[in-house]
Design a protein around this ligand. Structure first.
Ligand SMILES: [Zn+2]
Length: 666
């Protein structure tokens, strides 16, 4: 081991200096070349000034990214690359065949972070890791460290040792490749440097020589190489990568090419014939995201039909009110239709992240706000719950109820610093810096405002550049002031999403509805004057000649609402959940005399909302008089679901009964 590598292994603390910069050209160009009719305004063009997301992204930058790299050093993930490259001796360290991917995912998040906060030290650190990755790559492009170090041993009992591509259902070799492509693409976009991209391309070229018609016909056991290949296609315009992505998708469920893995891997029938969200939830949403890419880039209606049907099934029957997906611990999988338990709900953080990726693509394909409704619900609840406010404690599953006994978080009752399988922490790291990607989008002469987050963005319309800004205290307040500043006066449409939650539809299906519909209406003003709301696909469309300083004021009333689940959801029968705006609430033991599972929320209970600046980084809480199980009066304090489990383990519930045990017997 030379000095350089000793330095990498010892370097723990990263000093990150925040300075503003202009995004690199590579990123700008690739952001447009997506194959979708609608383009996201890239996060490099978006500046956040809000109290909710800007703080989370900053914590990700200053705490979670260095923490993740440190964990990867301590647990041997960096050493695995050095060993595979022959730089040091030793066995593979780690219990998973995909430990390489944690390094890739943290590089991805760190790269995106670099585009907003240039940091020479971090850039150098990443470059040193890329040198290790290059060393670990075999002469022909192959790269999976556990196989290269010793293919005759196995990191986990469920993976059989053997030569390359043996037991591909579990070996994760193509999964490792996919995360490498995603990271290399991010690094190239962020820095303009090709050192990581070249490793990825060499690997992808080798895989394209190995797999395809007339060659190996197997499919990856865990999807992600498909979206990764599509990103390489975007970076290079080389059609080979797109074709290989489609090949892997088309091969799924095709028994002529390989022994089918079954529904757990979404390999039970051809993807264009699939119409139900099944199997391992993370594998599933990564695949649906790739299918949506194919539908967009190749204008493939069979793929589009399939993802629309699967989406309908998921949102109508397999979707938690928190936006979580994947109900079962067993197999980390979607359950049967309406199988949505609370105490044992799984809802892997990675699945929530994958669901955001997928729904964003569905929006870019269709321009329909219902996909952003799903994205937003997941973002503010079941995704951000996955990381603590401090940035260094995580949920792998995100349950909707705790009895203080069932160790839901992979053997723990509360948030954990890391896991033997650390996919979720590293996924949080790669995902969070890209949150500003989801706020704005544009198409020809239409500008979309999808999410309400204070800050500003520069959008390039067909005929003019437009700066758009938002002032709002969302998600705690539904007033949003949007200023539209075109470079020169121009006619175009501003499409402002009117969230389903604000117009009586908490989700775009009949899976959940509100108990009480309030009379408070969404209102819209233009330059101080009330205007009629002209709706199209969930957006209020204002099509006019815009001039500098034009101001829109949107008001989304945020009364405390009660959600009722479809009666086919047995676990939520006769129960209600409290929500306010996009935020789902829960009652936690620490605010409620140590006990919440005996609580009853009668339909006539009155509630108040109050913003607490000093609680849990600033949250709006809900308080009111409720009952206990025997019908006696007691007080309820509810906090946002995402913020639970910061004050020790104990009882928590999102869904609570509407009637005391005694009276409900009648
Ligand atoms: Zn995970």
């Amino acid at each position: 081991m030379n000095n350089l590598h000793v330095k990498i292994l010892l370097q723990i603390t990263l000093v990150l200096i925040a300075i503003t910069t202009t995004p690199c050209k590579a990123m700008e160009q690739m952001g447009k070349n997506t194959g979708y009719p609608i383009s996201a305004v890239p996060f490099t063009k978006v500046t956040l000034t809000d109290d909710f997301w800007a703080g989370r992204i900053e914590t990700n930058r200053t705490v979670t990214i260095p923490f993740g790299f440190k964990k990867c050093e301590e647990e041997g993930r960096m050493r695995n690359f050095a060993k595979a490259g022959g730089l040091i001796e030793g066995r593979y360290e780690g219990q998973m065949p995909f430990d390489d991917t944690d390094v890739y995912k943290i590089i991805e998040g760190a790269s995106y972070s670099l585009t907003i906060h240039p940091d020479k030290e971090l850039e150098k650190y990443i470059n040193d890791i890329i040198e290790l990755i290059a060393a670990a790559q075999e002469y022909d492009g192959y790269l999976t460290t556990w196989k290269t170090i010793d293919p005759n041993t196995t990191p986990a009992r469920w993976v059989r040792p053997g030569p390359r591509w043996y037991h591909l259902a579990a070996s994760h070799e193509l999964y490792n490749a996919g995360h490498m492509y995603e990271a290399a693409y991010a690094h190239y976009r962020a820095t303009g440097k090709r050192n990581f991209l070249n490793i990825a391309l060499k690997n992808a070229d080798f895989i394209a020589e190995t797999f395809g018609p007339g060659k190996k016909l197997d499919v990856p056991g865990h999807q992600i190489i498909e979206t990764g290949l599509i990103k390489l296609y975007r970076a290079t315009n080389n059609r080979k990568y797109l074709d290989l992505a489609k090949f892997f998708l088309d091969q799924r469920g095709n028994a002529a090419g390989h022994r089918l893995y079954g529904a757990y891997n979404q390999d039970h029938k051809p993807v264009i014939k699939q119409d139900e969200a099944v199997g391992h939830a993370v594998r599933a949403v990564y695949m649906y995201a790739a299918m949506t890419d194919i539908a967009g880039i190749m204008n493939d209606s069979a793929y589009r039909n399939a993802v629309e049907k699967i989406w309908d099934n998921m949102v109508s029957k397999k979707y938690y009110i928190t936006g979580g997906i994947g109900a079962r611990h067993e197999g980390e999988a979607f359950g049967e239709n309406y199988e949505l338990p609370n105490l044992t709900s799984y809802n892997e953080t990675c699945a929530a992240i994958g669901n955001v990726y997928w729904n964003h693509r569905m929006f870019l394909l269709s321009g329909d706000a219902k996909y952003i409704d799903v994205l937003e619900r997941t973002l503010y609840n079941g995704m951000i719950s996955g990381v603590s406010l401090s940035g260094d404690l995580f949920f792998y599953p995100n349950c909707l109820e705790s009895d203080g006994k069932y160790k839901f978080n992979r053997g723990s009752l509360t948030r954990q610093p890391w896991f033997d399988c650390s996919c979720c922490p590293s996924n949080i790291i790669r995902f969070l810096p890209s949150v500003p990607d989801y706020i704005y989008a544009n198409r020809d002469d239409s500008l979309y405002v999808n999410l309400f987050i204070a800050g500003k963005a520069d959008a390039e319309m067909d005929k003019t550049k437009v700066q758009i800004s938002q002032k709002t205290a969302y998600p705690w307040d539904g007033k949003v002031v949007i200023k539209v500043d075109p470079q020169s006066s121009q006619k175009f449409a501003v499409n402002i999403r009117i969230p389903g939650w604000a117009v009586g539809k908490p989700v775009p299906s009949d899976l959940y509805h509100y108990l009480n519909v309030t009379n408070e209406k969404v209102t819209l003003k233009l330059n101080g004057e009330s205007i009629d709301i002209n709706m199209d696909k969930g957006f209020a469309v204002i099509n006019r000649n815009w001039s500098q300083g034009d101001t829109i004021e949107l008001n989304l009333p945020m009364p405390i609402r009660r959600v009722i689940a479809n009666e086919k959801v047995k676990d939520d029968l006769n129960k209600t959940a409290l929500v306010r705006g996009p935020i789902v609430y829960c009652a936690e033991w620490v605010d409620n005399d140590n006990k919440v599972l005996d609580m009853v929320i009668p339909d006539d209970a009155k509630f108040q909302a109050e913003y607490k600046k000093d609680l849990l980084n600033g949250v709006t809480i809900i308080t009111g008089d409720v009952l206990d199980a025997s019908g006696s009066k007691r007080k309820l304090t509810a906090i946002p679901y995402y913020a639970w489990s910061h004050r020790g383990p104990g009882e928590m519930a999102v869904w609570l009964p509407r009637k005391p045990v005694l009276s409900s017997a009648h």
